[in-house]
Design a binder for this molecule. Structure first.
Ligand SMILES: [Zn+2]
Length: 218
């Protein structure tokens, strides 16, 4: 039974790596984004609460997020262990998670921090384009469209979401850093932090993560 937390800035590739490590180590991948979507689909009380926050365009409060994650790790299939992706995102959530796990005689084993320089993050996020017609994503330098400004799938016009403008990205990175720096310190002090360089391709980064975790004989 292994519990691993993934930390990384927007654009660091955290979701992709968390999913891949969960597959390799046969752990449950718990992404808060997925939990929100599932709760919405099922129309549960939590789901309706989440919906009202999302419609207002505000962050879902910690209490609700924590409730959902705890419910998920109590499910039978989570007994093998889990990879957390997008949670905890602040110190309060991390402490709540530790307390809840401790009540079940469990604990977070490792926190993997995927480190990417701000310069590289700006390039990754700033290069994103989305098709106006079919919403397919691409990237001006990493996966450039065959015809500039046009979607490979449907020929629709590519545009940059307002969220991906340089100003928005810098703001998002700032918010991330304010919330997550204390979290990184928290896991470092607990002796659980694994720092992994997030530059390079998805595969290269994945190998570094598995090597770091393997070095811990998980
Ligand atoms: Zn398209």
């Amino acid at each position: 039974m292994v519990y691993i937390v993934f930390l990384g800035a927007p654009g660091a590739g955290k979701g992709t790596q968390a999913a891949s490590v969960a597959r390799k180590l046969k752990l449950v991948h718990i992404a808060t984004g997925d939990l929100f979507r599932q709760a919405l689909e099922r129309g549960t009380e939590l789901g309706l609460a989440v919906k009202s926050y999302m419609e207002k365009g505000v962050l879902v409060p910690d209490q609700i997020t924590i409730g959902m994650v705890l419910e998920r790790i109590s499910a039978p299939d989570s007994g093998v262990g889990a990879v957390f992706d997008g949670f905890p995102r602040n110190l309060k959530q991390a402490e709540a998670l530790d307390e809840a796990l401790a009540r079940q005689g469990k604990a977070i084993d490792k926190a993997v921090h995927i480190g990417v320089s701000e310069e590289a993050l700006l390039k990754r996020l700033g290069g994103r384009r989305v098709c106006r017609q079919c919403q397919a994503p691409c990237h001006v330098s990493d996966s450039p469209p065959r015809v500039e400004g046009r979607c490979d799938k449907c020929g629709g016009e590519l545009y940059q979401r307002p969220d991906d403008s340089e100003e928005s990205i810098k703001k998002r990175l700032e918010v991330y850093s304010d919330e997550t720096t204390p979290l990184i310190d928290y896991y470092r002090r607990a002796g659980k932090l694994l720092e992994v360089a997030g530059e390079g391709g998805v595969e290269a980064v994945g190998k570094r993560i598995v090597a770091a975790l393997g070095g811990e004989r998980l």
